[in-house]
Design a protein around this ligand. Structure first.
Ligand SMILES: [Fe+2]
Ligand SMILES: [Fe+2]
Length: 281
């Protein structure tokens, strides 16, 4: 996808970085070694950690939850996003639609329910935020709770020194502005494609699917096990589903190219089972 505004060569460079961080077979200590990351990725995280304040995340969440960006069908949005892709991703020839289809197909092959397959298909459509003029750091990146102390499990934790929230004492306690065990639904996550798509599809999908969509980039929680002091029993259950989803997102990339034309009727049916012909974005 085109660079848009920011230091990444293309927006999927962040996904590639996450994939290499959690490469199967890597030692725990190697996860923490980010020195090999390209400068663009480091610069990206610096901007992300610096600008994703509690106030920013809340304001963007509220702005985009109003869904004022027109109406489009799901497949139509997939095609729209696809037109934004260029060939600057050196690791893969896959278009956005192909990543979507590959994720969904891997889920389908493993015999998971139809709503799970659909979630794989649509999980990244929130990246359309780029086309609304949002900078890279407000579209992709590992997400994390705002308004409370940043977990040391967040990548490039040291960059939070530049975040203005660092000097707000109320935000620097363990629970910050939240009650202990308040539930993730009341926590304001750093803003990005996860949170946006959640608001778009909220009326149509089961809670497990919504959790996968809303928290799939929240590596500090679903991969690193942080922030249990803000979570309910139900959140832990739902995180189990996010963890089930994660390998399909990370590791389905790069295998055989899906045949878009042949697969389209199956997925159009699946989309129609859950969504109206057009939905508000
Ligand atoms: Fe994503
Ligand atoms: Fe993805």
């Amino acid at each position: 996808m085109r660079a848009f505004e920011g230091p990444l060569d293309h927006i999927d460079q962040w996904d590639d970085h996450v994939r290499s961080r959690y490469q199967e077979g890597r030692e725990e200590s190697q996860f923490r070694d980010y020195t090999q990351a390209p400068q663009g990725v480091k610069d990206f995280y610096l901007l992300n950690h610096r600008h994703q304040t509690h106030g920013f995340a809340k304001a963007k969440r509220d702005e985009y939850a109003r869904l004022t960006h027109g109406e489009k069908g799901i497949w139509e949005m997939m095609e729209f996003l696809n037109t934004l892709v260029d060939d600057s991703d050196p690791d893969t020839d896959l278009s956005q639609i192909e990543h979507n289809l590959q994720t969904a197909e891997a889920i389908r092959r493993d015999g998971h329910p139809r709503w799970f397959q659909l979630t794989g298909l649509i999980h990244d459509l929130g990246k359309v935020l780029c086309t609304y003029g949002e900078p890279q750091w407000a579209v992709v990146g590992d997400t994390f709770p705002t308004g409370c102390r940043w977990s040391e499990k967040i990548v490039y934790h040291e960059y939070f020194a530049w975040n203005p929230d660092a000097s707000i004492p109320e935000y620097q306690t363990e629970n910050g502005v939240y009650e202990p065990y308040c539930g993730l639904d009341s926590v304001v996550m750093s803003f990005g494609h996860d949170e946006y798509l959640y608001h778009v599809v909220k009326p149509y999908l089961p809670a497990e699917a919504l959790a996968m969509i809303r928290y799939h980039s929240c590596y500090p929680i679903h991969k690193e096990g942080g922030y249990t002091h803000l979570m309910t029993e139900r959140d832990h259950e739902l995180m189990g589903w996010v963890r089930k989803f994660n390998p399909y997102d990370l590791y389905s990339k790069g295998h055989t190219k899906p045949d878009e034309k042949a697969l389209r009727p199956y997925y159009e049916d699946l989309i129609a089972e859950f969504f109206p012909a057009k939905l508000r974005w």
